[in-house]
Design a protein around this ligand. Structure first.
Ligand code: HEC
Length: 244
């Protein structure tokens, strides 16, 4: 019996020493990862807090192997619009090839990109990389405006002063032209019905060719499909977060 106790005691002592050793090595590794460069973001922001839970406004680092961020830090929410923010993201390792101010999904994929720094802008800096974005509206609807309407729609819907289908999607007009307004093509359906993306004509036009015969379903490329989801999420929930 005594032998058994001694035996277990020996094993116990051994494992204790081993784990101590492990601990120290592990700590060293963590320290190395914590090194690297830092980035300092400055800007005056509005709209940070009118995103739904599926998204976060962040500064993020990406390597060249994957579209998912390898390091992120969220901007503070619940700050008043027009607040000046100074924020630091540390521990940016060498495999980070681009830094972005962007909106990421829960999978840490960049959905909306406001500012990107890459290549020499990063490699030339050995310690703190500065990103100054000036005054920026990063709100959910503002992002749909800049990423979707301005890029893919206004050429026909309003930029020239006249709008196809009588629908103005230019900034300042788009929100009021869409929300709770009957479609010109079918006055039984609202263009945007708050809370019901699938009953909104905007959703049908962009996603369901058969229902509207509008030839709009390929307006966004394969890569831009998350933007369709963004529009749906905005109609379903984001619209209630006061982001006009
Ligand atoms: C190449 C020109 C063109 C582009 C680009 C375009 N549209 Fe259209 N859109 C039209 C035309 C033309 C109509 C009217 C079609 C009809 O009445 O049959 C229309 C109609 C619509 C309607 C229905 C309006 C209503 O009240 O009946 C919606 C919604 C719409 N477009 C959304 C968009 C969105 C969102 C984009 C960008 C992703 C976009 N369109 C890009 C030409 C365009």
């Amino acid at each position: 019996m005594k032998n058994y106790i001694l035996f277990f005691l020996a094993i116990f002592t051994l494992t204790t020493f081993c784990s101590c050793d492990d601990g120290r090595i592990y700590e060293k590794e963590v320290d190395i990862q914590r090194g690297g460069r830092a980035m300092k973001l400055t800007g005056r922001f509005s709209g940070i807090s009118n995103w739904t839970d599926d998204y976060s406004v962040v500064v993020a680092g990406f390597n060249d192997k994957s579209e998912y961020a390898v390091i992120t830090k969220s901007l503070p929410v619940n700050v008043a619009d027009g607040t000046d923010i100074v924020m630091t993201l540390g521990g940016i390792s060498d495999d980070v090839k681009s830094l972005k101010l962007c909106v990421i999904s829960r999978l840490r994929e960049c959905i909306v990109e406001f500012k990107t720094m890459e290549d020499e802008e990063l490699t030339a800096v050995t310690d703190t990389i500065l990103m100054d974005v000036g005054t920026l509206d990063v709100g959910m609807f503002s992002s749909i405006q800049s990423q979707v309407f301005d890029n893919r729609c206004v050429a026909c819907h309003g930029q020239t002063g006249s709008a196809s289908g009588n629908l103005f999607l230019t900034e300042d007009k788009s929100y009021h032209a869409l929300v709770n307004q009957p479609a010109h093509k079918n006055s039984d359906i609202l263009l945007v019905k708050p809370g019901s993306a699938e009953k909104s004509f905007l959703h049908l036009v962009l996603n369901r060719a058969g229902d509207t015969s509008m030839n709009h379903t390929d307006m966004l490329s394969e890569d831009e499909q998350p933007l369709l989801k963004l529009i749906d999420n905005w109609i379903n929930e984001g619209i209630f977060l006061n982001n006009e």
